[in-house]
Design a protein around this ligand. Structure first.
Ligand SMILES: [Fe+2]
Length: 142
């Protein structure tokens, strides 16, 4: 079992020992990430921002799904907390968030997704069915 250093943003939270990866992390990727650590932190901040914003957009899109609005509000608060921590790290390193140039890979994936409220909800349901291993662990009513 591999173990990694504690996350500086969320000490005591999930480590590599808690996550079952499907493949080993490429040493070349780790080397590159460490060489470009400031850029990784900025990207991480944008990811936290998007996670919080997406939770709020799900809340706005599906206000009538039982349990979902509260769960999304909780998620948005949690992700906004992560964002605040990463922003503090950026500031401590003399970095600024800057504009998000976007990720061509993520844009490509989004183009493959269905659009529209009904279709978006279907997309979410389909994703849930693909992650049956998480059944019972992911709850909207907790
Ligand atoms: Fe997060």
């Amino acid at each position: 079992m591999r173990t990694g250093p504690s996350c500086p943003v969320s000490p005591g939270r999930a480590t590599s020992a808690d996550v079952q990866l499907l493949c080993e992390t490429s040493p070349a990727w780790v080397k590159l990430a460490l060489e470009c650590f400031d850029q990784v932190l900025v990207d991480h901040a944008h990811c936290e921002k998007k996670a919080a914003a997406h939770a709020l957009s799900m809340l706005a899109a599906f206000p009538d799904v039982p349990g979902l609005p509260r769960a999304m509000a909780r998620l948005a608060r949690e992700e906004a907390g992560h964002l605040a921590k990463v922003l503090a790290l950026l500031e401590s390193r003399g970095l600024s968030l800057g504009r998000d140039g976007g990720d061509p890979y993520a844009k490509g994936l989004q183009e493959l997704m269905r659009h529209g409220s009904r279709e978006r909800r279907l997309e979410t349901k389909t994703r849930q069915q693909r992650t049956k291993g998480l059944r019972g662990k992911v709850r909207w009513d907790g």
